[in-house]
Design a protein around this ligand. Structure first.
Ligand code: PHE
Length: 340
């Protein structure tokens, strides 16, 4: 039986050597080393041997098994390498192909607009003051001279967090924060940021949008300072040919209040969907800071005066680029965003 084992090993190794492709390896393994392979078959005869012969045959059996296993592993490795090499030669890799380009990000159109506006006001000496988007009802309304029962609350449809906390409906509550922090120094700041209103979404209005608030508090500040500042801004931003118009208006936190309009860039004042066929676009709400608001901020209205304005951000960007639908700003459509 020792001889038979020896022969089995020799023959098995010889057939292994002749195998030319990895495909044939499993079959060889089954034939020689499998559960029903010829080594197993042969060793089944172990029981019929005389007891004293068994250990030697058993040992030989294990040695043959080990030798075959090792030879199999080596052959497998060799064949795999050969196949890899063959496939590399058949389809050469072009390592000079350029890599995939890295996708570059860019600033959102709104961000670029905000930076442009900041730069214009910086030229006029305005600093930037940051205020939170989640505000108290007190700052958003009450301290801006809008008591709970006041009908002016209807001007802003509000997202409420609870009785006392809202998503700010405008950047004006930042005026209170700023005055309370800067008092008793004079103030010249803009407050850029996002606002939220519980509104129907249309091509002209979104429920989230940016504003740039302006606030100047000092001695002897007058309405003409406000108009001059606004005119300077409009000229720099939209070009010297823009026509402006000032209308009397109402805001609870300014007195007197005005609204500033500019002729529609999209239709050149002819009337279109964007300007609601009026030829004019509302650019800013503004006015002289109401004495009560000055007092709420810690400034004595007998000594101090100031102006405030609230500018839209998306609207002028739409004018600049001829964008007809404000919903594009938040639709996250890269085909739109990549144009700017
Ligand atoms: N906060 C006002 C609005 O959102 C705009 C405004 C700001 C008006 C400052 C006057 C002064 O409609």
């Amino acid at each position: 039986m020792l001889e038979e084992l020896e022969t089995l090993q020799t023959q098995a190794l010889a057939t292994l050597e002749q195998i030319g492709g990895a495909d044939a390896l499993p079959q060889w393994y089954r034939t020689h080393l499998g559960r029903k392979g010829n080594l197993t078959e042969l060793l089944r005869g172990l029981g019929q041997l005389a007891p004293e012969e068994r250990p030697a045959v058993g040992q030989k059996g294990n040695a043959v098994k080990k030798a075959l296993e090792e030879a199999f592993a080596t052959r497998q490795e060799i064949l795999r390498e050969a196949e890899l090499e063959a496939s590399l030669n058949a389809e050469p890799l072009d390592i000079s192909l350029p890599g995939r380009p890295v996708a570059m990000g860019r600033l959102h159109l709104t961000t670029r607009m905000l930076r442009q506006m900041r730069a214009i006001f910086a030229e006029m000496g305005f600093q930037v003051y940051e205020a939170p988007e989640v505000e108290t009802d007190e700052n958003n309304f009450e301290l801006l001279n809008i008591p709970p029962y006041h009908p002016a609350r209807d001007m802003w449809d509000t997202f409420r967090v609870n009785d006392k906390v809202v998503l700010r409906t405008h950047t004006s509550p930042g005026q209170i924060r700023c005055m309370r922090e800067y008092h008793p120094d004079p103030i010249r700041v803009i407050l850029p940021g996002k606002c939220y209103r519980y509104e129907q979404i249309t091509p002209r209005s979104e429920h989230q949008f940016f504003q740039v608030e302006g606030l100047a508090v000092g001695h002897g500040i007058r309405m003409t300072d406000l108009i001059g500042t606004m005119a300077e801004f409009a000229r720099t931003m939209h070009g010297p040919d823009r026509r402006l118009r000032i209308r009397g208006s109402y805001f609870p936190f300014t007195e007197p209040s005005i609204e500033m309009d500019m002729d529609c860039i999209i239709c050149e004042g002819q009337g279109c969907r964007i300007c609601k066929y009026s030829g004019w676009l509302e650019v800013a709400g503004a006015g002289m800071v109401h004495p009560k608001v000055l007092a709420n901020g810690g400034y004595d209205p007998a000594e101090w005066s100031g102006f405030a304005f609230g500018l839209g951000v998306e609207r002028p960007a739409m004018l600049h680029h001829g964008i007809e639908d404000i919903r594009n700003f938040y639709a996250n459509d890269l085909r739109f965003l990549r144009q700017f």
